[in-house]
Design a protein around this ligand. Structure first.
Ligand code: SF4
Length: 263
């Protein structure tokens, strides 16, 4: 079954951490596909990326409060729609696990409003502990999606840890340089028992993003454009991996996405 957050018949409320809740973007990882550039004016502009620096002494601000207007927006959004497939997504250019009080507050608001949905977090998994997973479960989170590129494909222990408590999926960006790592990962995540493998086209928003990717691959990324959004050309590895998953009859489902839309 298509996961709710990818289902074209579903709707989702997405919280981009930390910028959409008035907090700085913070992340302890340094993925080649990611810079702090959601606010970039266009693909030729440069941005400053301070997320790693912030992560080294991050303390969640004690005076942070959930704004009433956010609650009203959520209420309006869901009351104007009839779709019953609903997801609550936590993602962003900051790793959501730096913002546990935000996740808790949002999940409480959905509950207060009587809105039911699938709670899902995208993360590198670096901060995950057994007790954190347990708290997230108590808040109503149903699934954690781990990006293995963040740890250079070294997060299998975290994926296994999540699997003990709740659904776990993997989302990997489609970069041709990662082809071997991606193929090596397929039987490992089968053994762990992941639910979904999401193969996402890597989005490019700024010149800083292009330059970071160039440092990683040794050459400028080949860029394709669709509906005004720029992506790294995956050179067909997404389809190759999907074929392999079918051929080996792995039990998880593989999906190729471009900007969260199924391909
Ligand atoms: S872990 Fe997520 S937020 Fe952090 S650098 Fe990687 S993709 Fe970006």
């Amino acid at each position: 079954m298509i996961p709710s957050y990818l289902n074209p018949k579903g709707i989702q409320w997405t919280v981009y951490l930390g910028e959409t809740v008035g907090l700085p973007n913070v992340c302890d990882m340094n993925c080649p596909t990611c810079v702090d550039d959601y606010g970039a004016l266009d693909i030729n502009s440069s941005v400053q990326d301070l997320r790693n620096k912030r992560a080294s002494n991050w303390k969640f601000p004690e005076d942070w409060e959930f704004q009433e207007e956010w609650k009203l927006s959520i209420k309006r959004f869901f009351s104007e729609r009839n779709e019953t497939i609903r997801s609550f997504v936590f993602t962003g250019r900051g790793d959501p696990l730096f913002y546990i009080p935000v996740i808790k507050a949002y999940m409480e608001v959905y509950k207060d409003l009587g809105i039911k949905g699938h709670g899902v977090i995208n993360t590198s998994g670096s901060l995950l502990t057994r007790s954190m997973i347990s708290s997230l479960k108590d808040f109503g989170i149903n699934e954690i999606i781990i990006n293995p590129l963040a740890s250079n494909f070294n997060s299998y222990d975290k994926i296994s840890l999540v699997k003990e408590e709740m659904e776990v999926s993997v989302e990997a960006p489609l970069i041709p340089n990662c082809r071997d790592d991606l193929f090596s990962m397929l039987p490992i995540i089968e053994d762990i028992g992941v639910k979904n493998l999401i193969l996402s086209f890597a989005e490019i928003y700024s010149a800083t993003g292009i330059s970071k990717m160039r440092k990683y691959t040794g050459k400028a990324p080949e860029i394709i454009k669709q509906n005004g959004v720029s992506f790294v050309d995956d050179k067909g590895i997404g389809k190759e991996i999907k074929k392999e998953v079918l051929k080996k009859r792995y039990s998880y489902s593989a999906y190729i996405t471009k900007a969260n839309t199924l391909q």
